[in-house]
Design a protein around this ligand. Structure first.
Ligand SMILES: C[S@@+](CC[C@H](N)C(=O)[O-])C[C@H]1O[C@@H](n2cnc3c(N)ncnc32)[C@H](O)[C@@H]1O
Length: 210
């Protein structure tokens, strides 16, 4: 475990640093888009230290949170306390074992960029099956900034950002080149898009195409 992962507070402080504070806006946007009403069943993939989990719970969601890292699951569990949330230590690819139509929303916050392109395609492709009718997918991540000065700026801050990200997670994430396109290829229609940090952090709300 990297030293920054030894407490949720330290981890979250690192995430704030990497994103120049925008991670809080992204997390708030994710929770707001995911929970339409109290009691909604939300699957959170890659819950990390539980920062989004807590926001989902605060909005009244019934949350199932998965993460492949036992350390992250432990930290998220201790943060959630007695709240009604199921934590599962498993990889995102294992969502194919979850029951059909069992969630009103699926959340992927800052975790798709940790995966390979083939894993992302597998995971996103498995999401429509487990969404209940009227359900939505909320995907938020680091993406390639729009071409021009914003892309240049992103390249400049990318090196220190990637180094710190590696310290935090032990993994090298890569900005996603076409998150919206990947969602569409997985069978989703895009309903909403929001961006922060000169277009380099994006949130998509999508629904299975009819
Ligand atoms: C950068 S953290 C983001 C945590 C949280 N979702 C947030 O927005 O702050 C990425 C998390 O995704 C988890 N993760 C990455 N790839 C995964 C996979 N294939 N299956 C399950 N969890 C995964 C990592 O263990 C880590 O806890």
């Amino acid at each position: 475990m990297r030293w920054l992962e030894t407490s949720p507070e330290r981890y979250d402080a690192g995430m704030r640093l990497i994103t120049f504070g925008r991670v809080a806006h992204l997390h708030a946007g994710v929770a707001e888009a995911a929970v339409a009403k109290p009691g909604d069943r939300v699957l959170e993939i890659g819950c990390g230290t539980g920062a989004v989990t807590l926001r989902l719970l605060a909005r009244g969601a019934r949350v199932t949170a998965i993460d492949q890292s036992p350390d992250m699951i432990e930290q998220a569990k201790s943060r959630a306390g007695t709240a009604d949330v199921a934590f599962l230590e498993q990889t995102a690819a294992e969502i194919d074992a979850l029951p059909e139509a069992s969630f009103d929303a699926i959340v992927l916050s800052l975790c798709l960029s940790d995966m390979s392109a083939s894993e992302r395609a597998w995971v996103l492709g498995g999401c429509p099956r487990i969404l209940a009718p009227g359900g939505r997918l909320v995907a938020a991540d680091e993406v390639r900034a729009p071409a021009g000065w914003r892309r240049v700026l992103q390249r400049l801050w990318r090196l220190p950002q990637a180094a710190l990200g590696w310290l935090l997670t032990g993994a090298l994430s890569h900005p996603l080149a076409d998150l919206g396109g990947e969602l569409q290829r997985a069978g989703f229609a895009l309903r909403r898009e929001q961006r922060w940090l000169h277009g380099s952090l994006a949130l998509f709300v999508a629904e299975p195409s009819a």
